[in-house]
Design a protein around this ligand. Structure first.
Ligand code: DGJ
Length: 732
């Protein structure tokens, strides 16, 4: 009956020349689709929320409409979002709308456009999900093969979605880098051809290119103005994002495609099986790049981060303080030191474990998660107890997805590692590291057991740093029959393990670390509270790394630690004030040996930690306005976090480059209430007070004129370089 009614409706609409329009809106945005039964589904529009009158006019054929989920078929010369190999070898697919379904959920609505190939039993549901209050729209597909028993269709491309973007002066901001240089920003105008952003690491899928892009629609990207679409593929494994621009001037749109990278990953879909692609989320804002960032931050805090919306602890991590040189006395001293400076958590990093092969360096022991009693006679329990006595929490480092070939685990289970039959083992870090094959259920049980074992023995552990320091070498699985499924099954296995962990340990805080910032992706973060942003703790380079990271990820989750000087990665000497001020702009922590600090430095850190506690909720949970970009060549980076009611704000000002006698722009702010007055107080102050210290200014003045900050560092000491200021604004 339903089918007959749909057919009649389709006939009436088609004879009137109209398609079946579907609209999904958020508070300020909307997407309009043509979902006429029997036709190819199309996206007619995405952007500012359309009014009734616009909707009446926004109907196919519309100049900028394009296929919602393009397939490889005869009628299209474009790239495809879906490509298949049918059991008879046919490489084409043809998706036609069969029906439309809408359902509400707590945060908005889900629209399903069900399609089918008229000639083959291939069905695809194209999903759109609105996150109403955050101005975010998610999309993914569910691909089903309804063929006869034992038949299979092979998916050779299976993107999550495709979005047409009207041509014009469109620019793309993407992110990339390498170990200790993650999240560098690259901005380019879109021109003819195909531009691809991809990652094939298998595990550390944000160490180099990231699965997020900003698309500026009004020319060169601006932080505070212009229309911008942000897109993030929520997937922890290999991905590919593509921008396609046809040569022809008749092409009115660029096409953006995003999905799992299909290289070496053709997926054989069995009869009755459904393949669900990962969610691709979009957000649109006419308040520039920062506007889209704010949407992603509030969406991530509400729907994606574990314990999102709760402030995270100030911690000391042992890595750069002692590296592998763990011992009980040293850990006790570090715990006392961070407690004394006002910190709340101590994390013991790598080097605490190993039985037959004690972990002295990175050549051995991964897999043997037993405490090394020579280093820690009182065990982990003794340290947890000592932390309790110091009035702080205790956390511990693990790397459970990996092993060393020099380990008891590898000796017992050489078949558990990723290694193609007959091939030499590819060994990573330290020359002996290997990856466990999480497609294997026995390995899944083992990895869960690592976490569970530590937590069962020490239920008061409050924090786990979960590291992963190797790529999946493209070698193959000793468990799977179909080698092409390894990358996908690895992440399915990992998701199962993490689900089990979260079901049993919902409250423990977990940090995602992967050689630094290798796991900064919305596909993995739902199980994690925060991420280690980079192994690079050089505060100057961190200004850039944290700037890029803030495009899609909130400060609540962005671990930023005060490192030593000279910095261990860059060798650069940076004054403590600058190091503190940069770390204060995200989730503050420390990554050094406190006993190597002077009493004066410790006192300074204690004071800064106290001040950070005053502003932590604004930084971690507030609205971010990036103002002057370090990439703009002004030798300056500035930004402001405002509380949701705009009654408090924190402004960060960093001099990234100093030349004598040059000037810097006035310190103009953004995101304040123009009609309120704010009293300005400098935090982490050194030297003479600034001319405006303690004074009252209107929000309008602060935003339209700004304050004058000296261009050089005026703090006592040799450095004119590395000036920085943190201003706390309180409305009166
Ligand atoms: C890589 C991480 O990024 C570091 O912070 C540290 O945990 C080391 N691994 C330990 O091996």
């Amino acid at each position: 009956m339903k089918k007959i009614l749909l057919a009649i409706a389709a006939f009436l609409m088609l004879s009137a020349g109209l398609g079946a329009q579907e609209v999904l809106c958020t508070r300020n945005t909307g997407i309009v689709l043509d979902a006429t039964p029997g036709r190819v589904p199309k996206i007619d529009y995405y952007g500012v929320r359309p009014e009734e009158a616009d909707l009446a006019s926004l109907r196919s054929p519309w100049s900028n409409s394009a296929e919602a989920y393009p397939t490889h078929n005869a009628s299209s010369e474009n790239l495809e979002a879906l490509a298949v190999r049918m059991p008879d070898g046919n490489l084409s697919a043809d998706l036609r709308v069969v029906s439309v379904h809408r359902e509400g959920w707590d945060g908005g609505e889900i629209l399903t456009i069900s399609c089918r190939d008229p000639k083959y039993p291939l069905e695809v549901d194209i999903k759109y999900k609105s996150y109403y209050g955050q101005d975010v729209i998610g999309t993914w597909t569910e691909i089903r093969w309804n063929g006869t028993r034992k038949s299979k269709v092979v998916l050779t491309r299976f993107d999550s979605g495709c979005l047409p973007i009207r041509r014009g002066d469109v620019w793309v901001s993407s992110f990339g880098g390498s170990w200790a240089g993650e999240m560098s920003l690259f901005c380019q105008p879109l021109g003819p051809g195909v531009r691809t952003v991809f990652n094939k690491d298998g595990i550390r899928n944000s160490q180099t290119s990231h699965a997020e892009v900003m698309i500026s629609l009004d020319g060169k990207p601006q932080e505070l103005s212009g229309r911008v679409i942000g897109a993030a593929l929520c997937y922890p494994g290999n991905f590919e994002l593509r921008f396609e621009t046809g040569d022809s001037r008749y092409e009115s749109v660029h096409r953006f495609y995003a999905g799992i990278d299909p290289s070496n990953s053709n997926y054989s879909l069995a009869a009755g099986e459904t393949f669900v692609t990962p969610e691709l989320v979009y957000s649109w804002s006419d308040e520039g790049l920062s506007g889209v960032s704010r949407n992603f931050h509030s969406w991530g805090r509400k729907y994606r981060l574990a314990h999102g919306g709760k402030v995270n602890d100030i911690l000391l991590n042992s890595w750069e303080g002692v590296y592998f040189d763990i011992n009980e006395e040293g850990m006790h001293r570090m715990m006392k030191d961070i407690a004394d400076m006002g910190g709340e958590l101590f994390v013991m990093d790598d080097g605490w474990f190993g039985g037959k092969y004690p972990r002295k360096d990175d050549h051995s022991s991964l897999g043997d998660w037993v405490v090394d009693r020579n280093k820690l006679p009182g065990g982990v329990g003794g340290l947890v107890e000592e932390a309790r006595r110091d009035g702080i929490k205790f956390g511990i480092w693990i790397e459970p997805e990996m092993a060393n070939t020099k380990s008891e685990l590898y000796e017992a289970h050489p078949d558990w590692i990723i290694n193609a039959p007959g091939r030499d083992i590819v060994q990573g870090r330290g020359g002996t590291q290997v990856v466990l094959d999480l497609s294997n259920p026995a390995v899944q049980d083992y990895v869960f057991g690592v976490f569970d074992g530590i937590m069962t023995a020490n239920p008061d552990i409050a924090y786990i740093k979960w590291d992963a320091n190797m790529s999946v070498p493209s070698q193959g699985s000793q468990y799977l029959g179909n080698q092409e499924h390894l990358y996908i099954e690895y992440h399915r296995g990992l998701a199962k393990v993490l689900d089990r962990i979260r079901a049993k340990y919902p409250d423990v805080a977990i940090q995602a670390c992967a050689s630094g910032g290798g796991r900064v992706n919305w596909g993995i973060l739902p199980w994690f509270d925060e991420f280690w942003t980079s192994d690079n703790t050089d505060a100057l380079q961190r200004v850039y790394i944290q700037w890029g990271t803030s495009y899609f990820f909130p400060a609540e989750a962005m671990a930023a630690h005060i490192g030593a000087s000279p910095n261990h990665t860059t060798g650069r000497e940076i004054p403590l004030k600058f190091r503190i001020d940069v770390a204060m702009s995200a989730r503050l922590g420390m990554e050094l040996q406190p006993s190597a600090m002077t009493q004066e430095e410790r006192d300074k850190c204690r004071k800064a930690i106290g001040e950070y506690k005053e502003i932590r909720d604004i930084v971690q949970l507030g609205d971010l306005y990036r103002i002057v970009s370090p990439y703009d060549g002004k030798g300056l980076a500035t930004m402001l976090y405002a509380s949701p009611t705009k009654d408090r704000a924190v402004y960060f000002w960093y001099r990234t480059e100093y030349f004598h006698a040059n000037t810097v722009p006035a310190a103009r702010m953004a995101g304040l209430d123009p009609s309120r007055n704010y009293r300005v107080r400098e935090l982490d102050r050194e030297g003479r007070p600034l001319s405006f210290e303690g004074k009252l200014f209107s929000g309008r003045f602060l935003m339209e004129n700004g304050l004058d900050i000296p261009s050089a560092n005026t703090a006592p000491g040799p450095h004119r370089d590395f000036a920085s200021h943190v201003l706390y604004l309180q409305a009166e």
